[in-house]
Write a protein that binds this ligand. Structure first.
Ligand code: ATP
Length: 361
């Protein structure tokens, strides 16, 4: 069992607070993924949990026991880094058993732990090889194996796949998902820049921004019900379009007149007090649907990108801060410079006022 709890955790470097008011409850068996823009503090938070960075404020417990002052080796945590940091002159087996030898465990126990980890990670055929005779993905599996043999309560992964090429990333990602299934009693925290890794691996995603937590939720909660514009635009690719407008009719559904022309109905309840409220209507590129008549958005296609299974249409009208993007299934050719009307299902629309979703008032 390993329940982690962070309460009011902060990190200051001198006067500068890079993390503040971090409250987070992580339950045994969860795989939590930290995402966020570069420099938001993902690695710092992970390293504080590992004990590699001092926690400058707040409380961090594992199973109710305060960890702030506990040395890294006594926290029951193993960390897997982006650079595998294997010993080049040692075989896979020697690399994996090293920590247990140092801890003077009996050889029979060491052999059993290494054989078990090798089996889980499908490394058994490679136990006598040197790291240089392995692929990048296999090396990262050895690094994970070194963590597994120590039987930690908590695994921390700091961008473990970022040194691998695209195909190996996919294969190793699936292996990590299987590893998680094989070890339901362990708790994992994973830092990544890769949205697909976050969406596919996480039980819950923590979005960090501006030194704090922007939202915590399951991948689908963050995708379908983002609490704020930051999360709405951070999760999903291309990012959600935000179209400014005003509420012109309220009720179980809300009608919005858009500043750039066009109207939309969102399946989000509002009350009389909201009439005239300035909002941003959020619509994901994949939720935009071509229409025969003017509806939510009409624009001239500036650029198209054909990706095979989908085509991206980019629109830019005078006064718009960012291009509006529509993602249409299939191949669409010859649309460049033509005017296209777009609509969307009311249930797929989002409304934000002052950056906050109206769903969460
Ligand atoms: N030793 C240090 N002294 C001062 N500031 C630091 C120190 N280490 C990190 N920082 C700052 O803390 C912030 C968080 O850094 P951190 O590496 O945790 O971000 P990150 O989200 O992991 O970024 P990336 O995605 O680029 O890896 C950054 O603004 C960084 O400049």
């Amino acid at each position: 069992m390993a329940d982690l709890k962070l309460t009011g955790v902060e990190k200051a470097y001198g006067e500068v607070k890079v993390l503040k008011n971090i409250d987070l409850d992580i339950k045994t068996g969860e795989l939590i993924v930290f995402v966020g823009p570069s420099g938001c503090g993902k690695s710092t938070l992970l390293r504080m949990i590992a004990g590699l960075e001092r926690i400058t404020g707040g409380n961090f417990t594992i199973d109710g026991v305060r960890m702030n002052e506990v040395p890294p080796a006594q926290r029951g945590i193993a960390m897997v880094f982006q650079s595998y940091a294997l010993y080049p002159h040692m075989t896979v087996r020697q690399n994996m058993e090293f920590a247990l030898k140092i801890a003077k465990k009996p050889q029979a126990e060491i052999d059993a732990a290494v054989d078990n980890a090798a089996r889980i990670l499908q490394l058994t055929p490679y136990l006598d090889r040197l790291p240089k005779a392995l692929s990048g993905g296999q090396r990262q599996r050895v690094a994970i194996g070194r963590a597994i043999v120590r039987d930690p309560k908590v695994y921390l992964f700091d961008e473990p796949l970022s040194n691998l090429d695209a195909a190996l990333r996919v294969a190793t990602r699936i292996e990590i998902a299987q590893l998680k299934e094989a070890m339901p009693g362990s708790t994992m925290i994973y830092v990544t820049h890769d949205q697909v890794e976050a969406m596919t691996l996480a039980s819950r995603i923590v979005v960090l921004a501006g030194g704090g937590i922007a939202q915590v939720g399951t991948p689908l909660e963050l995708y379908e019900r983002p609490e704020n514009e930051f999360v709405a635009q951070f999760i999903g690719s291309p990012a959600m379009n935000l179209l400014p407008g005003k509420i012109v009719a309220t009720g179980a559904e809300t009608r919005v007149k858009l500043d750039g022309g066009g109207e939309a109905i969102a399946a989000i309840p509002t009350g009389d007090a909201d009439l005239g409220l300035a909002v941003n209507l959020g619509v994901r590129p994949e939720d935009m649907v071509p229409s025969d008549t003017p509806a939510l958005y009409t624009g001239e296609v500036e650029i198209t990108e054909a990706l095979g299974e989908v085509t991206l249409l980019y629109f830019k009208r005078a006064g718009e801060a960012a291009p509006v993007v529509a993602k249409l299934p299939g191949i669409h050719q010859g649309l460049r410079h033509s005017a296209v009307h777009l609509t969307a299902d009311p249930a797929k629309l989002h409304l934000f006022h002052n950056g906050r979703s109206l769903l969460y008032r």
